[in-house]
Design a protein around this ligand. Sequence first.
Ligand code: ZN
Length: 294
Amino acid sequence: MTQPLFGLVEAGGTKFVLGIATEKDEVIATARIPTTSPAATLGAMVAWFKEQSFLHGPLTAIGIASFGPLQLDPAAADWGHITSTPKAGWSGADLVGPLKAQFDCPVAIDTDVNGAALAEHRWGAAKGQRVAIYLTIGTGIGGGCVVDGKLLHGVSHPEMGHVRVARHPLDTNFAGTCSYHTDCLEGLASGPAIIARWGQSLSQLAADHPAQEIIAWYLAQAVCTLQAIFEPGRIIFGGGVMGTPAMLDRVRATAAELGNGYFVTKPAEIVVLPGLGDRAGLLGALALAQDLIA
Ligand code: ZN
């Protein structure tokens, strides 16, 4: 009997990373394709999987961890499509259809951040936790929640980047970068929101620049909100902004202050950096594919 073989897709706004993994969680081949037009990028993706399938055998399941927003309602006619995105040409793009048309295997799709949450729970910083959250703080802010090994979905995927936050007293004049909300986490604490105010990333700004405290304060509010709703065993902070020296410690300390000792969970213990680094995307796709045949 042939061993299971998984096709992996980490679909990003600038590149698609593709992979083939064995049942032992080993990624045995990878490829990168620039994200240009849906026709060109998805065509190249299908061609690569055909070639890999010829080399290694038929695919058992394919997992896609993608930028969004995505239609994830399995009953919807456009399940597996990107819904509306500012990325030119990609609104309405069908990510699943081209694979389904060529490969006789099930295909799973979820957001990249949900994939990362699942992968961190299976192999990384949230292993063994009943409830874990993964937040990415980068070009945008997004979050995924794993409960008892499964991703939490509502009618759609969570939109944790758009929780409202209270303004820092030193940050009252900035309009925010979210075009929907003036005072949401993404609009005030994402990479573009930092550049829009101070012209540089946090890691380029001095350690004693007020921006450090302001951004830590917003992220700490997210910690307290998530503690209040979930009391999670881990809140993993990924993304470029968290590469800023000392930001993790600042967020932990400020969250402890804001929480004021009320929550059972302690920020110093539950707020952590990712365990899988930049492998979380592709491993997220693997976790999604594995769950199709579990
Ligand atoms: Zn928003």
